[in-house]
Design a binder for this molecule. Structure first.
Ligand code: HEC
Length: 214
C-alpha cells in the first residue's frame, strides 16, 4: 500500500502500525482479510486427504491410472476392428504393409522398448534390430515369440503378460519393418544373417517395398 498520493502527500499516516520499527522504518499493521486466511487454512487442510486419496497407493485412483484405463478402453475399441491377431507369418507380413497399424506398433515400441533397443531400434542394452543379424530370430514369427517369452534369461523381458496380443503382433510387425535400415548402433553385428521375410500374400495390390534384394 503506497504511503504517498500522486501529489506526494502521505495518505495513511494514521493507519495502525505494528510495534516493529528498525532504523526509523515502521511496519503498517495490515492483516490479511479473514476470508483469505480461511481459504489458506482450508487449502492446507484439503491437501493431506487429497494426497492420500489420489496418491496413497490405492490402485485406480491416480490421474495416470485413469489415463491408462481410458487408453486401454480406447485401444480395445480400436482392436474390435481387427479382432484378435495371430502372431503368425501371414499376419505379421500383412500388418507390415498397414501404415496406420504399424504406427500403433511404433507407439508400443517407443513406450516399452527404447530403453534397451534405443529410439530407432539401433541397439543399446539389447541388439540392433535394424541390421541383418539376429540372435534369436530365424523366421518372422520368432519376433513375436521372443517378445512374448523374453530371451537370454530375462535380459530381454517377457511381454506376454504386459501387452495385449494385438500389441505384440503390431510391435512385431514394426520391428520386422526396421530390418534393412542398417542404422549404426553401439553394439555391432550380433548373431547370424537369416533369409528375408516372406513376401506378403497377393490380397493387397501394392507389393512390399522392393529392397528385399537378397
Ligand atoms: C531391459 C532391456 C530390454 C527391453 C526393455 C526390451 N528388450 Fe528386446 N532384447 C533385450 C536383450 C538384452 C536382447 C538380446 C537377448 C539375447 O542376447 O539373446 C533382446 C532381444 C530382442 C529381440 C531379438 C533380437 C535378436 O537378434 O535375437 C527382439 C525382436 C526384441 N528384443 C524386441 C523387443 C521389443 C519389441 C521390446 C519392447 C516391447 C523389447 N525388445 C524390450 C533387451 C530388452
Amino acid at each position: 500500500m503506497s504511503s504517498t498520493a500522486p501529489n506526494n502527500k502521505p495518505v495513511v499516516d494514521d493507519a495502525p502500525k505494528t510495534d516493529h520499527a528498525y532504523d526509523g522504518i515502521e511496519e503498517f499493521d495490515n492483516p490479511l482479510p479473514g476470508w483469505w486466511k480461511w481459504l489458506f487454512i482450508a487449502s492446507i487442510a484439503f491437501c493431506p486427504p487429497y494426497w492420500l486419496y489420489y496418491h496413497g497407493g490405492t490402485p485406480g485412483r491416480s490421474i495416470e491410472d485413469g489415463y491408462g484405463v481410458a487408453l486401454a478402453a480406447n485401444t480395445r475399441l480400436q482392436f474390435e476392428e481387427i479382432g484378435e491377431l495371430k502372431p503368425d507369418a501371414a499376419t505379421l507380413v500383412e500388418y507390415m504393409e498397414k501404415d496406420n497399424w504399424l504406427r500403433v506398433g511404433k507407439i508400443v515400441f517407443q513406450t516399452h522398448c527404447v530403453s534397451c533397443h534405443d529410439r530407432e531400434g539401433q541397439g543399446k542394452v539389447g541388439p540392433n534390430l535394424t541390421d541383418e543379424y539376429f540372435k534369436n530370430i530365424n523366421t518372422i514369427e520368432d519376433i513375436a515369440k521372443v517378445i512374448n517369452n523374453g530371451a537370454a534369461a530375462g535380459a530381454m523381458p517377457k511381454w506376454s503378460n504386459r501387452l495385449h496380443p494385438n500389441e505384440v503382433v503390431l510391435v512385431s510387425a514394426y520391428v520386422a519393418s526396421m530390418r534393412g535400415e542398417n542404422l549404426d548402433g553401439p553394439r555391432g553385428a550380433e548373431g547370424k544373417t537369416i533369409p528375408p521375410w516372406p513376401e506378403p500374400t497377393a490380397n493387397t495390390e501394392d507389393t512390399a517395398e522392393s529392397d528385399s534384394s537378397e
